[in-house]
Design a binder for this molecule. Structure first.
Ligand code: GLU
Length: 371
């Protein structure tokens, strides 16, 4: 079955109240909708704001003389706990399992950290767990912060190759001017490449860092990568389900050229030259059945390449697939032909039991048949 990943971002005002901390009722609505979509076959990642907002009552501005950034960071450390406690309570009531991931910009830029974040997300999704992500505000300074959670959600969507990103905000979607103006025109759909320069942005939402222009920048970037974005409201009943069913919100269509191709086809376009491995018949049969590639099936390694590089996979002198490799070529050379259990006896650090994870694999033959 083709796996569909949905990233949902909810802003501070949708999930928290500065006087009363987390809004449990809104969290019930959000996680209830997510539960429904999971039952329909979606894998869902939630990017949530609200930590700073939750702690505003405990750490109010007037009583502290610290620098503004330090106050926000202290609030984030208090509020993040309040936020996750509330999510955990609601998740338990609904029979869902959640996980917390806190990231900074550095984590997406730094190769090894990026791979670790991506792999963790993939594993959580595979195990039916809902990752809940926020920025690690306590260690993010202005220079290294992601910016706002719209950007964080966009980076997450890119990292895990999501189909769709849903941005839940205070607004109903995209208007060509201030929505309070009776002449304002609502966009139900925006086609890829559609000119939007006539739009004048209203004021930023009350809580949180993002505004409409940063949202549109993130949307444009994702559209190029083949990821659809829905901009919709967190208000009202079933806000996520209604947005996914296109009853509400603005639907931004991604580049159809990219979408028509396999979502994984980008892997083939970034393959590292002269980096390949040869696999045996058993491994080739496993790949054809959509399994991951294990070190035991590798016969030969031609490098050098680094962990995280895209390499070519050959069988019987033919290139059959491309994939992101979980090991440096030197390490892979040491463990080729070995069973997963033996890896620890040879390597100091075993990041992964598989050499190429099935989610990071692009099969040449298969793609020809399915496109
Ligand atoms: N990370 C911040 C928080 O949890 C919010 C950032 C944003 O609103 O974009 O409060």
């Amino acid at each position: 079955m083709n796996k569909k990943i949905l990233v949902i971002k909810i802003g501070s005002s949708g999930i928290s109240h500065k006087e009363n901390g987390p809004l449990l009722e809104r969290m019930k609505v959000v996680l209830g909708d997510i539960k429904f979509l999971k039952e329909k076959g979606w894998q869902v990642v939630l990017v949530t704001s609200g930590a700073i907002n939750c702690a505003k009552k405990i750490l109010p501005q007037e009583k502290f003389e610290y620098e503004a950034l330090t106050l926000q960071q202290a609030r984030a450390s208090v509020g993040q706990l309040m936020l996750m406690e509330a999510y955990a309570q609601v998740a338990k009531e609904l029979g869902l399992t959640i996980a917390q991931i806190l990231v900074t910009h550095e984590d997406f830029k730094h190769r090894t950290r990026f791979i670790n974040v991506r792999n963790t997300l993939q594993l959580l999704l595979e195990k039916n767990i809902i990752p809940i992500i926020n920025e690690n505000d306590t260690v993010s300074t202005k220079e290294i912060s992601v910016g706002d959670n719209d950007q964080l959600a966009a980076m997450t969507s890119e990292a895990i190759d999501a189909q769709t990103l849903l941005l839940l905000t205070e607004s109903l979607g995209l208007f060509d001017r201030d929505p309070n103006d009776p002449k304002a025109k609502f966009f139900k759909e925006v086609q890829f490449g559609e000119e939007l320069s006539q739009i004048s942005f209203g004021k930023k939402t009350s809580a949180g860092r993002g505004g409409m222009s940063t949202k549109l920048a993130a949307i444009n970037h994702l559209a190029e990568l083949g990821i659809d974005v829905i901009l919709s409201t967190h208000l009202g009943p079933k806000p996520i389900i209604r947005a996914m069913e296109r009853e509400v919100g603005t639907y931004f269509h991604a580049n159809p050229e990219i979408k028509r191709k396999s979502r994984k086809s980008w892997i083939a376009s970034v393959v590292k030259p002269n980096s390949s491995i040869e696999i045996d018949e058993g491994a080739a049969a496993a790949l054809a059945k959509n399994s991951s590639l294990l070190p035991v099936g590798i016969k030969k390694v031609d490098g050098p390449f680094k962990r995280g590089d895209v390499i070519a996979i050959k069988f019987d002198a033919k290139m059959i697939a491309f994939g992101i490799c979980e090991f440096d070529s030197a390490d892979l050379n040491k463990i080729k032909g070995m069973k997963s259990k033996q890896l620890e006896t040879v390597l100091d650090h075993v990041y992964h039991n598989v050499a190429v994870h099935k989610d990071n694999l692009y099969l040449k033959e298969l793609s020809k048949k399915t496109t």
